[in-house]
Design a protein around this ligand. Structure first.
Ligand SMILES: [Zn+2]
Length: 332
């Protein structure tokens, strides 16, 4: 039997799930997006239905690309060793405890690897970047919530429990509002898509009753120069730059990757963000750290999720070592 060069990548977010058939170079053969339906407690049902739909589509179109495994990147704190959700915020009710790997392995009969969604975003940068020796960088995902992944010397920083890197819950205002995590003034309260929509609603609520805002609308209005949207986005950018400056001083990274739906705002956001971040950073650090969108845009998480299958499944020895140490082995 010929060795399979394809894997399924699944990116489970608070709002939607991206599922793709990916080759070992990170190319997407085909992909679909399904709603997460988190409030309806249908995250795994949606994931399974989505994978089935993708597989039957691939078969019908005669892709001739049978996947050798499934890689999942999921919101929430994930036990990488067991592929189980340790905890998740209220954005994904009753998701904690879900044995993602066991469910999908039983359903599809192939190896499954599960990690935090931003850790797999980091894998896509670590293994698919054309840059020579990109070994120290940080990923921040601004989506329904805010996630983070820190790579130092080619290793993902997992911490003693394997759930480190929660950049969204760094406090950027110790006198700020209380976060759902129990912290005060967390970065997520100012920079997630949810918080952007909420703060815009609060501003407009005084003038227009029952207006529901989406983050995309706020960004569009900001780019058109709307005063309220500008106030919301400037607060977002200042809070994020305060967090990023702290990370730059702590980790001295070559690059900070800002992904997630909010980053779709593109260059206007990145231009302001660089300015505000470098303003808060000691000059000696500024030149070394670039602030950029992900290599593969909003599809980076899905691609990085699939990379797990090639990285861990392809080299059994590396996988065993990985399980023993509970951390990544450098690619090179
Ligand atoms: Zn928090």
């Amino acid at each position: 039997m010929r060795e399979s060069r394809h894997a399924i990548g699944v990116d489970i977010g608070g709002t939607k799930i991206n599922i793709g058939l990916i080759d070992f170079r990170g190319h997407i053969l085909r992909d679909i997006t399904v709603p997460t339906m988190a409030k309806e407690r249908r995250v795994m049902a949606q994931t399974i239905d989505g994978i089935r739909a993708l597989l039957s589509e691939s078969e019908a179109e005669a892709d001739n690309a049978i996947p050798c495994g499934i890689g999942v990147g999921s919101a929430g704190q994930i036990d990488f060793e067991t592929g189980t959700v340790i905890s998740a915020t209220d954005l994904l009710p009753e998701y904690a405890g879900t044995p993602i790997r066991a469910i999908l392995e039983q359903c599809f009969g192939m190896p499954v690897y599960v990690d935090n969604d931003v850790n797999v975003l980091a894998l896509s940068e670590l293994y698919l970047s054309k840059e020579e020796r990109l070994r120290d960088f940080i990923c921040v995902a601004l989506g329904t919530g805010v996630g983070g992944g820190v790579v130092t010397d080619g290793h993902l920083v997992r911490g003693v429990q394997g759930i480190g890197g929660e950049i969204g819950h760094i406090s950027v205002d110790f006198r700020g509002p209380v976060c759902m995590c129990g912290g005060i003034g967390c970065l997520e309260l100012y920079t997630s898509g949810t918080s952007i929509a909420r703060r815009m609603g609060e501003k407009r609520g005084r003038l227009e009753a029952c207006v529901e805002w989406s983050c995309r609308e706020v960004v569009e209005q900001w780019l058109r120069g709307d005063t309220a949207a500008t106030e919301v986005m400037e607060e977002t950018i200042e809070a994020l730059s305060a967090g990023l400056a702290g990370l730059i001083h702590t980790f001295n990274p070559a690059k900070i990757v800002i992904g997630g739906g909010v980053a779709d705002a593109g260059e206007p956001l990145f231009t302001r963000l660089r300015l505000e971040t470098y303003k808060r950073t000691m000059p000696a650090y500024c030149d070394a750290t670039r602030i950029e969108p992900p290599l593969f845009g909003t599809r980076s998480g899905m691609i990085g999720a699939a990379i797990q299958v090639f990285r861990y499944g392809g080299a059994k020895q590396a996988e065993n070592e990985l399980r023993l140490k509970g951390r990544l082995i450098p690619w090179h």
